[in-house]
Design a protein around this ligand. Sequence first.
Ligand SMILES: [Zn+2]
Length: 372
Amino acid sequence: MKPLYKALFVAASMTFVVACSENHLNDEAMQPQKTSSARIGQPGGEDRCATMKVLSDKLAENPGLARSMEAIEAHTQRFIAMEKGNNGIQKSDNNQKPGNGGGDGKPGNGGGGGDTGGGGTTDPAVTITIPVYVHVIYNNSQQNISNAQIQSQIDVLNKDFRAQNNDKNSTPSEFAPLIADFNIQYSWNTGDLIRKASSKSSWGTNDAVKNRKRGGSDAVAGYLNIWVCNIGGGILGYAQFPGGSVSTDGIVIGPEYFGSSALGSNFYLSAPYDLGRTATHEVGHWLNLRHIWGDGGCGVDDYVADTPMSDGPNYGCPTYPTVRCSSNDMTMNYMDYTYDGCMYMFSTGQKSRSRAIFTPGGPRADFATVTP
Ligand SMILES: [Zn+2]
């Protein structure tokens, strides 16, 4: 596992360097679409998501985090190998074959490592319902978004993570068989909400918004915490991967990117990021998904077998096929950087990776409260 996280750290650090060198992040939505190679390192290259920059910061300040994430990766790869073994012999979910299917992870994955956590990695294949707590931290009345706008975002999550979004029908036939229903749902009650006025106009990515003593609002245990606030720097959102501190666990999204203009009117939203896909993307990270290009070149993996290799994000609304690394990019995947209306699927491999974190011994097992 060591090489994996060394590579990860390097990739995250590189992202950080790129992010620091770009100060003109605000205008991305207004820019014409450029060729894919020209978009790498161009202004706007970092603004959809600051998750890897935040990971880089956290790894630098907390040496234990890499070890924690290594253990999660070992657990995840063990689950995927076991699931693959089960599928290969056409057995039900309960017929796990420990030790089967190992050894064909992708280059750099490092396999299961030395973490022998025991056999309990079977996915019960039930619907997992995740309670959501929303923190609206606002600097003006527009940013104090309505309950209806919040609900529209929850509705988008519930469609996207069940593959019930209508636009999935636009998926090219090459990728259509891979469209995955994660069987994960999100529940939000209007009582699971805090609204807090603040004199702070932008919060950055240092997690101050997650801390009451720093002017923000503390995380509530047992929930997927979502902070809605202006991040600044043209950043739409960021997430924390599984394995980090509970006090900062969750996602952060700008108010004008949280919710869907297709599901209501008079919402404070900013096209072309007005269909709720920033949250789908960030929750994807919260569920341990990487960017579709693995945050590196053609040889750097996103640890998902069925997503084609790529060497960078795609922006705007790419045409199909978009060829990179000698294969067609899955530009319509939620974990790319395209416009909200141009991303509409997760893959089967991504589903396996995310479901693994809810299995016994996984970092979000406590959320899987439904019994098989
Ligand atoms: Zn991201």
